[in-house]
Design a protein around this ligand. Sequence first.
Ligand code: ZN
Length: 505
Amino acid sequence: MAETAAPGALDQLKRELEGIADIERAAAVLGWDQQTQMPPHGAAGRAESLAALRAIAHERLTSAKLGALLQQAQEAVSGLDRDSDDYNLVRVIRRDYDRGTRVPVELVAERARTAARANSVWKAARRDNDFAAFAPWLQRNIDLSRRLAEHLGYAERPFDALIGLREPGLTTAAVQAIFATLRPALIDLMQRIAPLAATVDDAPLHRVFDEPTQERLCRDAVARFGYDFSRGRLDRTAHPFETSFGRQDVRITTRFSEHFLPMALMGTMHEAGHGLYEQGVGESLDRSLLDHGVSSGVHESQSRLWENYVGRGLPFWRFYYPVVRAAFPEALGDIDVDAFYRAINKVQPSLIRVEADEVTYCLHIMLRFELEIALFDGELRVQDAPEAWNAAMQSYLGLTAPTDSDGILQDVHWASGLGGFQGYALGNIIAAQLWEAVHRAFPDLDEQLGSGQFAGLLGWLREHVHRHGRKFDPADLIQRATGAPLTAEPYLRYLRAKFGAIYAL
Ligand code: ZN
């Protein structure tokens, strides 16, 4: 062995973190298998295996040994450059450690158990349109979320603790301020488009598109973006997702509808956006626990950027539509690129979040965000939540869900806890900031995309976002990449320009 000197605390810390990363990756493989391959009767045994691995990882991350190593490593890196990998490794792991040790292991286990049971209750409740069956489980998750927040601690209000778990450094008030800017602007845009709805026809997207051809196009499109199939794969699931076992093995899934072309095509671009982020994490961060996306919002900015800013953009379709039309000559033979572009960008208030267009999507998120804060703060009782949902739906989108299944029961999130929705809206907002920054770097970006060149865009994202993994906090990362703090203005500029043109506003 070349290494003869006794390793210092920092090296020992890194070896320890590599061991934890390996366990987490093994758990992630089990999770991927559970959703893509596992036969139904494997579920109970799989839950035990997953719980066992997660418990080992948690114990090792919160051990006295790791605490002591961190203490020593902190001294070792104190003189280092604040931008260095080592300085930030210790900084971020210190926060993970503090957070992990503040939460009693009983609470961790109870949250996991409750989530697993609430998930199956939620599935049945949605199927049967039976909110009352789910209500006690929602109440239990609210109580558990409150307990979690008290253990984690917070600066201003308890809900901050839940947001901080997914968006390090962000507060409830900061999200509310952004939403306050967004809300009237989005509603105004939606209302100006409404009388013109009929000018965009998306019926051609509902013709017949055979699945094997769709799959070929999905693979082709995301490979062109730069998704590396030698370090990834595409599988089928009911609920698409991306998962990473380190930068060399980043997998995505999709689902198909023979009667709706965008479901698989745009869905695959979305997950590939997440995948490109994880494949792009810097090699120096591999197995460090920093080798993942930094927050839900930044992660979602990557999926939205490829799905919407690229994948629902006119430059891309000027390049790619001939390929898609040649693949589906019967369905699309009479549709030109402009009609196709308009069809995939049709704006229409709808009941279901995951089917919402770019203009109305964030309204769905704000509605949920407000409701879950009211539930969490005790201002709204669980039994009154469906009525509050319907009232908010009416005021935001002018719609009333005919059933709770298409209303408050439509999302799985509240089966596992509160505080997870804002990331989707933040993703749209951050993507717009990045999109403006890339355009400043490449004034000819539209021409690049219009000729099928994605390397410039991907290279910029790699350099300014992907390679950093969890090394910089989201606010810091956004400032470094775009030169500005988190702000909704670029998103509103983008929407007004794009949909102003489509609907001739
Ligand atoms: Zn996503």
